[in-house]
Every structure is written in C-alpha cells, then in structure tokens.
Design a protein around this ligand. Sequence first.
Ligand code: BGC
Length: 764
Amino acid sequence: MRFRSLGRLVFAALMACATPSIAQAPQASGATPPISREAAGARADALIARMTLEEKAGQISQQFVFGNAAPFETKVRDGSVGSLLFLRDPVVINRLQRVAVEESRLGIPLLFGFDVVHGLRTIFPVPLAMAATWDPELVEQSQAVAAREARASGIHWTFAPMLDLTRDPRWGRIVEGPGEDPWLASVLAAAQVRGFQGEAVGTPGRVIAGPKHFIGYGASEGGRDYDSAYVSDVQLHNLYVPPFAAAIEAGAGNVMSAYMELNDLPAVANRPLLDDLLRGELGFEGFVVSDANAVRSLLPQGLVATAADAAIRSLEAGNDMEMSLGNGAYGQLAAAVREGRLDEQTLDQSVRRVLIAKIQMGLFEQPYVDAGQTEAILSDPEHRRLARTAAGRSLVLLENRGSLLPLDRTAYGRVAVIGPMADSAIDTLGPWSFGEKLDETVTLYQGVRAELGGLATVETAPGVQPRRGTRSMFAAFRAPPAAWSADETVQQFDRALDLARTSDLIVLAIGEDFYMSGEQASRASLALAGEQQRLIDAVTDLGKPVVLVLINGRPLDIRRAITQVPAILEAWHPGTEGGAAVADVLFGDVNPGGRLPITWPKDVGQIPIYYSHNATKDPTGAASRYWDLDSAPLYPFGYGLSYTTFAYSELTVDRATIAPGQSIVVSVVVTNTGDRAGDDTAQLYIRQRTGSSTRPVRELKGFQRVALAVGESRKLTFTLGEKELRYWSAGARDWIVDPAAFDVWVGSDSTAQLATQFETIRPQ
Ligand code: BGC
C-alpha cells in the first residue's frame, strides 16, 4: 500500500507544481490547445500551395547536429531542412529556430527531435526495467516527466517508445524495449504514449511520441543488430503488431520505420508495412520518419542503385521524412518530380503530414522555448523523487536463500561494495542517456553509504574491468575509461579482495557497462563479461555474507553465481536515483515487487525461449528437448520474489460460456500471507485448447500490481472479451475468436497453478 500511494503522491505533487510553471511559461511548453487534424490540414494545404519543390523536399528532410550548430543555419535559411535532431541546448535551439522563422522564405518553424528514451536530465530505469514494474501508471508518469524536461529544453519530439518485442537476449537493443510479451508491451506502449504526448499531439508541456522501429526489428536473425528479420503473418499480427496498435490507438503522432529488411524488403521502403498495415489496418494518421540514414542504406542493402531511387522508393512506400547524417537522399526529390519520376502529390502528402504535426504542436504560434525556465524544470527535485520510486519498483529479487535480505543495518560494521558497477555513474544510468549530469547520479556505493549513515564503514573497489570486444558506437559521444595495464589489473583485483577480506558484508555489483547493451551491442554469449566470475569466485570463497546486485541490460548466465551467492537482486540500469533505490530494497525500506518481463534462459543455446510457445506433439517433453541441457528457463516470465509471500484462492468466472459480443469476469482473491507489507503482480493467463489454429500453452491477458498489508486479502477482477480472446489465425487467415474451451490461470508468474475454465460459443 505504502509504496503505491507514495508514487501517486509524488506524481500528484509534481503535477500540482508543474501546472503553474507551465502556465507561466507558455514558450517552454507550447501553450496552444491541441488543434484538430482537419483544421491543421487546411493550414498545411495553404502553405503547401506556396512552397517550391525544393522547400517541400527540405520540409521532409531531417538532419543530425553533432557539435557546432552554426553551419546548419544556411540550410535552415534556405529551407532545405525541416527538422533537426540531437540538440538539447535551448539557446542553440532558439537560435536555429529564429533563423527558420525570421529568415527563411516561408518562416516555417523547425521540429526538434531527440532520443528521450528513459529521461533527459533525470534518467529513469532503462525501458526493460520499467517493463519490470508492471505498472502502467508509473510508466506514464515517468515519461510525462521526461517529456516535461524535453519540452523545457526546446525538444518537440521523442524517438520513443521503443516497442520492439524480442525473444533473443543476445540482441543488444533488448534493453530499450518492453521484453517478450505482446500484452504487457501493449499496455506499456499506450502508457508511454500518454506520458510523452498527453491527450493528443500539442498537449502543453509534452512532446510528440514516436514509437519505433516499425516493425519486426527484434526478430533480427541470431540477435545480430541490423540483420534481416523473417517474420510470418502469424507472428507479425499476434506478436509484433499489438504494441504498435496500442501506441497508435493512444494517439502517437509519429512512427519510426526500422532499419532492417523484413522478409526481404527493407522496412523504410516497405509499402505493405507502411501503407497497408500501418496506415490501412492500424489507421495511423501521423508522419513516418526513417531511422538514421536508413533511406541511403537501401544502396548497401541491395534494393536500389542510386540515392534518387532510394528516396523515391521510400517516399512512395509511405516513409514521409528522412533522418540523415548529412547528404540526405530526399534532397533529390525535387529533381525526381521535375524529371517525371515522382508524382508531386506523393511529395505533398508527406509534407502535409509533417506540417500538420508542426501546426498541432503550436510551433507557428510559439516557436521558441523559454530558456530562462529550463534549468529550474530540469533540476526539479520531484523528478528525482519519481525516478527513485520508479527504480525501486523495477527491481526484481531473483534469489533470497535463508532470507539474507533485507539486511539488518546494525549487523555489519564494515561493508564493501565491490565490482565494476559498484561506483560507476554511467553504468548506473545505462544506454541512451545523454542529458544527465553524471555527478547527480547516485551509484550503488553512494546509495549504500547514505543508507547506513554512520552505522558502518562503507568502502568500494571495482576489482575488475570488463570491456566489450569491439568499439561501441556510443564511444563517439562518451569515451570509455582507459583500459588498465596488466599491473593495474592485478593490483585492482587484490585491492578489492583485501577490502572484502576485512569487511563483514560484501555487496557485489556485477553485470554490463553502459556500452555493452543498446544499439550495435549484440552478444554471442550471455556469460558474465571479463573477469567478473573470477571476482565472484574469490569473494565468495571468503565465506562472508555476499549479496549480488546485477546491473545490466539483458538476462545473463548466472548459473554458477546462483550456487555461490544466496541473494541476487536484478537492478538493471536503474537510473539517476538507482543506487538509492537499490539501497532502499537491500535494507528493507522498499519490498521488491518487480517481475521479469522476459523469460530468463539458462544458456544461450536455448534462445529463442519464451513462455507462450505452442504445445507441440510432445508437451510433456517440453523441458527436455536437448540431450545436453534441459530446455526449461532459469526463471520464468513474470517471476520475482518478495520479502513476503502471497497466496491466490477463489478463482471463479461469472459465466461458463460466452457468445460473441459478450465478456466474462474472472475473480480471484490474493492474500499477503507473510509478515511484511508488499506488492504482488497478479497475472492472468489463458489457453485456448483447440481452434482454427494451434494456440500457445499460455498467454498473458491481464495483470494488476497490488500492494497488500500483512494479512490483507484483496478480491481482483479481470474482464475477458473479444480484445483478449481474438487472435490472427493461420487457419482462417484473419482475426478470429474461435469457439473453444479455455483454461484460465491467475497467480504470481507464468507458472501459476490456480486454474478455472470457460467456453466461447457461436450464437444459436
Ligand atoms: C537508432 C534509433 C534512434 C536514431 C536517432 C538510430 O541509430 O536506431 O533508435 O532513434 O538512431 O538517434
């Protein structure tokens, strides 16, 4: 109860103080109320009628700005660029905007985009961690804070949420997304769009949400970033589409097309995807942007031979705007129209979509940001408080043998926080962090020290220095620390071990650094990188109490560590307040309630592994498909321990059969049977026993995170109707609700045992 209401209180306080400042600073927030699409469209048409072909091509050209922005002024002035990305200094943004508004021929304002993925200055846990909260309200609040900071910096549009489901933790970008499950991902997709964007494009203090990457990127073969994806109709509709459908239903104003080829057609030039599926089936009305340089990438991908062809093919497929690193292919569109190779109406249609977004954002009325307000908003302490709540709610307790956790504050005179992630601010934040102030970040060492105050001596040492084998693309923004020499490597290891030897408690912070997940960060193995296992071996050999805190962006192979360490907490990359939030959990101020949004494999060879597989002809042998390793996961989807225990009872349905158009209410009672208040996430799974196609052994169709006091019972209800029961059937080649018998389970994870049944019937 306490933690849930704490989050609510913090957000209520935040919005209460946010509103007046937003009202006082209209420039910082774009205070014009949302304009209807029709009205915006009429204004856009009037502008288009005055535009030259070059201005039209420029309007749908977006360019990265790294470093000095001054050279871009010429392009802005002559209208050959309509949007810029990667700027977050409000003064620079205003300067460029002034050139667009006052010095370009038509005075069309620029749209500024940025990757505000999990916060700007206040960094929230990485998206995979936010998915582990199973808390859409919190997810919405967090992205509203991210939007507030972005808008106050002059940013109008975020390239987020990232909605690529994946069942392959080798893929580095698993960290940016919602995990493996389409239902959980869809709920969180809608929450993120509401958080970023508010009610509609143009909501004051918010930014345009750009769900990405459309679509199937998480299926890249072998988990290798950018590799081809081959996705069946069944997987596309049942797995990859639902989160995007939810984001679009929530009103997302933009969608980013993906880099990779889907079934041999690059996503940026894939008309069946962008036109038929996205605009047709899903009803998306906003504008589509390419991924970085993806239009020009059609050349190396082998689809076209010239940049002009790349531009024409992408635009005709429905990709409105090109994101480029410079020398964009869309610059050739004017000539393509003149040469009769492109219909001007196709060009106009994309220009119109982009102009509508600018009009709806109120940029023609309020093009500038109030730079005088920016710092106050970026440093709002309420943002930090929400980040701490969010991090606390994302932590997943994986092991707690002998109830070592929560730790007794008074039991240990000397505490060592050891490991490469123990005192590293940037690794606490994780990938896709750009606008933070590193010295504001609370590392695990700092969090534990603050928590213990004067009660214990707390010291830290990294011990080892795991490094990735190839250079990270993010090394260009942030140079990685210099590699230790051979001597230093020995000294650092010895120093950490000496510290462990003289301590009464060791908190080991192991995992992956900032550079090890995210884009271009795929792995062939899930082993602990570098010498981290050797450090665990040496520290646990001392026979002292050891807690392992994982700071990482994907499931890792921790089979050996499990046998060595009694307590393991998955902390992900927990963000600005990460170390404080982990300390809250270690010492019992917060009872961990995060649940895995992914199935955790034992071994890389089990991938792909996910809970919602089909039964096959040999269901009982499902856990022994390999002769050299069992095929069960290390931890199931939805798993996570608590410092208390929960029991489920009285699972009932309000009717035994349902006809089309009807729904069924499932009730269950959850009780806190332990001796501490805590949260559980009640998860509802169904199985359709027969049908026009075979169906998974289980599918998540509802969840509720609830806070329960000691001994408290709560009756929960879930509704199952067409939305929950329909699926895209390979047999029917359409969306369908089959008449069939269904099993329903409700419990703490995807292995829940408490079950009941119902049937769907055809009308008489
Ligand atoms: C990534 C996108 C990102 C874009 C802009 C690309 O490399 O794939 O997710 O939004 O860069 O930074």
